[in-house]
Design a protein around this ligand. Structure first.
Ligand code: GRF
Length: 321
């Protein structure tokens, strides 16, 4: 499969969830692969397993190190491995706010409870003590709230009358091994789902002043100005004219700039059929590591290129404050 997402997995112990992610990644249609297993505990049994499976590993004990310093070393290992996502799987360290921010929307965690119930530790004992009929597991995005980011998926696990925290933990773990690979796969695959990509483009484009959406030749287009005399500043193009690209078409400064960008960074830019000839450049969106800040900059630039002077003057005035 072309351009699979590259995932680093962080563990501290057994690494059975890491193993589940790894074996799922060996299925032919899996949209991710594991490029690194990293641990803050050099004795993690999961590291041996990863090595035996030919996956790169990194370990660094956090003892005697500051949190930020330890995180920076882990981050460096992730970047060297070229990962675009981090999956925390039994990683028993709280991450520094910087690290969380850097990996915002690209870092997932699995937690053994039905969040928002029971964040933190001893989840199984707490569920049993509360008399809950079900425990379970959740996969969520990592934010600076402990176990508190957007929920991506959950599985319920029934609690039996004879359950102990240990027996329940074993069944929850079995459920985790089913849940995590699926959620991770669908999360990374969002990047090539045209509905998800269009939704993101729409949010960014319609956030600009006096914009509205109008279809053009079967594609979503975005215009600035009045309904009557507005002008297109962006089009969403879903694999048109035989290209494999889902892309955003925006106005380029000149034909030279367009040709140069396409030649220098063919993984980011392409010259779309028909539109390319009149100065529209395609920014490829269905990639593993689309830079959404770049997309947003281009949208603004293109908006500026066609917006009426009364609007750009307002923006310039606001910018100068
Ligand atoms: C899992 O129960 C996970 O939910 C929690 O830590 C445990 C890790 O187990 N965060 P393993 O190392 O994946 O076997």
């Amino acid at each position: 499969m072309a351009d699979r997402a590259r995932v680093a997995v962080f563990i501290s112990g057994t690494g059975s969830n890491m193993a589940a992610l790894l074996y799922a990644s060996k299925m032919p249609d899996c949209p991710y692969r594991i490029v690194l297993v990293a641990s803050n505990n050099p004795q993690s049994p999961g590291l041996d397993l990863a090595r035996a499976e030919g996956v790169a590993t990194f370990s660094l004990s956090h003892r005697g190190m500051g949190r930020a310093e330890h995180d920076a070393a882990m981050d460096q290992a992730v970047l060297s491995a070229g990962a675009n996502f981090i999956a925390l799987a039994g990683y028993m360290r709280i991450l520094s706010p910087d690290m969380v921010k850097r990996w915002e929307a690209r870092m997932l965690n699995i937690h053994p409870s039905l969040l928002p119930k029971y964040p933190g530790l001893d989840t199984h004992a707490r569920a049993i003590a509360a008399g809950d009929s079900h425990a379970g597991t959740s996969v969520h995005l990592v934010t600076d709230v402990l176990d508190g980011g957007e929920l991506l998926g959950q599985v319920e696990v029934a609690i039996t009358p004879t359950d102990t925290p240990q027996s329940l933990a074993a069944r929850v773990l079995a459920a985790e091994h089913q849940l995590y690979p699926r959620v991770l796969a669908s999360y990374v695959a969002r990047g090539s789902d045209p509905r998800f990509l269009l939704r993101r483009i729409r949010n960014l484009a319609l956030d600009l002043p006096e914009t509205y959406e109008r279809e053009s030749h079967g594609s979503a287009g975005f215009r600035v100005g009045t309904e009557k005399s507005g002008k297109f500043f962006a089009y969403f193009s879903d694999r048109h004219h035989g290209t494999p690209y889902i892309s955003l078409l925006v106005k380029c400064g000149s034909m030279d700039e367009l040709e140069n960008l396409v030649e220098a960074q063919p993984h980011i830019y392409h010259k779309p059929a028909y539109y390319g000839a009149s100065g529209w450049i395609g920014i490829i969106l269905n990639r593993a590591d689309t830079d959404w800040d770049l997309v947003s900059d281009w949208l603004q630039r293109s908006w500026r290129a066609v917006a009426p002077a009364r609007l750009t003057r307002l923006i310039d005035a606001a910018d100068s404050f």
